[in-house]
Write a protein that binds this ligand. Sequence first.
Ligand code: ADP
Length: 266
Amino acid sequence: MLGLYEVSAGYGKTEVLHDVSFEIKENGIYVLLGRNGAGKTTTLRVIAGILPPFKGKIKKEGNIGYLSHSFALPQEMSVKESLEFFSQIIGGDPNNVIGRFHLEDILDKRISSLSQGQKKKLSLAKVFLKDYDIYLLDEPTENLDPILASEIRKLIVSLSKSKIIIYTSHNLYEAREIGNYVIVIDKGRISLFKPINEIKLREYTIGIRASEDLSKILKGEYQGDYFVINLNDPAEVNSIIQELMRRNINIFEIKEMRNPLEDLLR
Ligand code: ADP
């Protein structure tokens, strides 16, 4: 369980979060969305206990693992040394995360010489050294190669059955794919907290790449290689596919052109 009750917080005299309240009782993945500077990182820092709030109450049941956006890593250590150091202070066995986060080839590298993606892998390894009840993950898949990003998504999904995971991402497709709830923060205030599947599509836009000119058959317009169609209901895709197949048109690709979560950030 995690609850924030009229929490205001900020830096120096500047208030960034204003009366933020929400309660999380169910396990699952809570996607924290908001534009740059909205207060996502500040919210996570307040929950993690790193930034004391100006006012309000925070209730937490269980321990918290925090993947911070700015990596808190000892720059002068090698990857291996840092994992041993973390395991001494936090607990856990470095051998359990070295393979899982593909760190074998960079164990002897100094942290200061790592790429952003490599630092992200190490920061993730640090968070997953130990088991927590609540995970706060600030952009866990940013800068990762697609293979590792996909592994991290799977890891987050499997963890979410028994944990509360709050995570931020600029990848709205990823957010919709794995998220259970959306929390939107706008200029330091919570503007929405809802199950993702309740977020109604105002319009459903798909793009089709096919072997023929589709403008003679369907209503829509070309954007580059894609013939773009606005639908009222995703179920209409099926009848479009059938119509194109009936005409012996090869469909190379159909993709969604716009994500409904984008509307929440406007
Ligand atoms: P987000 O994560 O949504 O991009 P942040 O929580 O990082 O937003 O920032 C919210 C606001 O707080 C921004 O206006 C930012 O400039 C300010 N801010 C963030 N960190 C600090 C800091 N350490 N000192 C002063 N202001 C900060």
